[in-house]
Each structure stands twice: as structure tokens, then as C-alpha cells.
Design a protein around this ligand. Structure first.
Ligand SMILES: NC(=O)c1ccc[n+]([C@@H]2O[C@H](COP(=O)([O-])OP(=O)(O)OC[C@H]3O[C@@H](n4cnc5c(N)ncnc54)[C@H](OP(=O)(O)O)[C@@H]3O)[C@@H](O)[C@H]2O)c1
Length: 281
């Protein structure tokens, strides 16, 4: 039994929430931290950093998605190591450091990985593909509800992954020192285009959903119109460009490497997520 409290940065998010639940189910105390958590933490308010890390050895970090936020996360880890943090499991992104990704969001993502490696903490880096939960909890949710997946992914495919699989990998990494110094790439078991995702979601929800292919700048303008900050919309455009350029059409075996089992399939996820009422409003 581990008695030390683990810090979960982004503890209410799509990955952090499931990590917190799993650790608590095993009796591991957690300290979820974010702007709305009891432990208030803000990437852009450095006065919140030291109290968040006080007394903590081990942390999970879900960093921001935009280049400026990734820089802040690098600053944070350097300071946290000075303040006593000894072990970090980092949520990165699949393809960070690979060719064909000459975008600020990937460059800053690699800089963050390097900042973690250089900070002196024992690290594990996990690089997942795009999340299935983007359709049920995040920026594609409204599109699903409106019956139109509007995005600039072209005809490219992505091996979408369930964040429950990611969480299980993260918990293994947080609890077992054999994962120190490892970098794992994770994905779901097969690639699907957004048109294929739309037909999976149509079958799961019983409501017609189609993919509407947008030009990248058209997509950015729509996202900003819905209130997404410009830098986040730009990052999404660049992340989608990798799908659009067919550079993400491969599966990665990190879930099998860490957990010894296959990741969850999209059809199964979509069916049970629909049954749980995610799109029943
Ligand atoms: N979505 C994907 O397909 C995908 C794929 C690969 C990698 N990733 C990476 O996953 C990361 C996001 O992780 P996630 O999806 O688990 O999180 P998420 O669902 O986007 O949730 C974000 C979390 O961060 C907190 N947060 C937001 N702004 C904050 C701020 N200024 N200061 C402190 N906390 C803040 C939020 O809580 P509060 O609102 O309470 O602050 C929330 O707990 C990003 O780095 C992204 O690049 C995403």
C-alpha cells in the first residue's frame, strides 16, 4: 500500500479524473489540482505552484494544449524539482519529436519533454493518440449533438484511444518504478477517418451524424466563433494537420506494452458511452 499523496495536475480533466478515481480505489491518497479544485493551481499564477507541490514526491501532469501553456509547464517542472518533486508522469502527445510535425505545438511539446528529462526528477513520458472522449466531453461534443462533425482533418485517419486506457497506463506508471525512464506511445486498436467516426456515432446514438470537411482556417474561425481561445484553435489546426496529411495512420502498442492487453475499440466505446447517456440531452 502506498501512503504518500500523489499530485494530479488537471485532476478534473479527461485523463486526470480517471487516474484520481483509480488511485483512490486502490487506497492511494491524491491531491487533484486545477483552477477549480480544492487545491487551487493555475499554470499562469506562479504563486499557486509551491503550495500545490508542498509535501509531494510524485505527480501526474496533463499540461495545457497551446505553445504558451506548454512553456509554462516547462517552467513549472523546473521549479517543482527545486521544491522537492522527485517523480513525474507526463501526458505528452503521439508523434512529438517525429518528422513532419513542424508546428509550434509539437516543438513546445518536445521542449516540455526535454525540460522534464533535464529537471532531475524520475520521469515517465506517455504519448497518446487523439482521445475518443473528444466526441463525448470536449470540443467535438457540440458537433456530435448538432449532427455534424465539422473539422479540417481531410480524409486522414487516427487511431482514437479511450482515456480509460490512458488512465490505466498512467496509474501503472505512477505506482511501479520499472516505468522510470520509459517513453510509451499509445493508441486505440485501429484507425478511423472522421467520416468513419461519424458513422460509428450514428450507429451508437441512432441519430444521423456526418463529417463536414473544413479548410484549416475555416475551422479555426468556427472554433474562435464558439469561444475557443485563438491559440488553442491554432494548436488544434496544427494537430489536425498531422491527421490531414495522413501521418497518423498507424497504431502504437503502448497499451499492450504496459498493461499486457489490447486497447478498447471505438465501436465498443461508442456503444457504451451512448448507453450511459453521454449524448442523450
Ligand atoms: N484531446 C486529445 O485528443 C489529446 C491527445 C493527446 C494528448 N492530449 C493532451 O492532453 C492534455 C490535456 O489533458 P486532458 O484532456 O486530460 O485535460 P482536459 O480534459 O483538457 O482538462 C484540462 C484540465 O486542466 C485544468 N486546467 C485548465 N486550464 C488550467 C489552468 N490555466 N491552470 C491549471 N489547470 C487548468 C482543468 O481544470 P480547471 O478548469 O478546474 O482548471 C482540467 O482539470 C493536453 O496537453 C493535450 O495536448 C490530448
Amino acid at each position: 500500500m502506498i501512503n504518500e499523496t500523489m499530485l494530479i495536475l488537471g485532476g478534473k480533466g479527461k485523463t486526470g479524473r480517471h487516474i484520481t478515481e483509480r488511485l483512490e480505489a486502490r487506497g492511494v491518497p491524491t491531491r487533484p489540482a486545477s483552477r477549480s479544485s480544492a487545491q487551487r493551481f493555475d499554470w499562469y499564477d506562479e504563486s499557486t505552484w509551491a503550495p500545490t507541490v508542498a509535501g509531494i514526491d510524485t505527480a501526474y501532469m496533463a499540461p495545457p494544449v497551446d505553445p504558451q501553456g506548454l512553456e509554462q509547464a516547462g517552467r513549472f517542472i523546473r521549479q517543482a524539482a527545486v521544491d522537492g518533486l522527485r517523480r513525474l508522469v507526463l501526458l505528452s502527445g503521439r508523434g512529438v519529436g517525429s518528422p513532419g510535425r513542424e508546428f509550434a505545438v509539437y516543438e513546445k511539446g518536445l521542449e516540455l519533454e526535454n525540460a522534464v528529462k533535464d529537471s532531475g526528477v524520475d520521469w515517465t513520458i506517455v504519448r497518446p493518440s487523439w482521445f475518443m472522449q473528444n466526441f463525448s466531453e470536449d470540443f467535438f461534443y457540440d458537433s456530435v449533438m448538432a449532427g455534424e462533425l465539422r473539422a479540417s482533418a481531410g480524409t486522414g485517419a487516427e487511431p482514437w484511444i479511450d482515456t480509460e486506457d490512458i488512465a490505466e497506463v498512467m496509474v501503472a506508471a505512477l505506482l511501479d518504478p520499472k516505468h522510470i525512464g520509459e517513453t510509451y506511445s499509445l493508441s486505440g486498436p485501429r484507425t478511423l477517418t472522421l467520416a468513419e467516426v461519424a458513422s460509428e456515432l450514428t450507429a451508437a446514438t441512432g441519430r444521423p451524424i456526418r463529417y463536414v470537411e473544413l479548410e484549416p482556417e475555416e475551422h479555426v474561425a468556427e472554433l474562435v466563433g464558439y469561444g475557443v481561445p485563438q491559440e488553442v484553435a491554432d494548436s488544434l489546426r496544427d494537430l489536425l494537420a498531422v491527421i490531414r496529411n495522413h501521418r497518423s495512420e498507424y497504431v502504437s502498442d503502448g497499451v499492450r506494452q504496459v498493461l499486457g492487453r489490447e486497447p478498447r475499440d471505438f465501436t465498443d466505446w461508442a456503444r457504451s458511452t451512448a448507453q450511459a447517456g453521454a449524448w442523450s440531452a
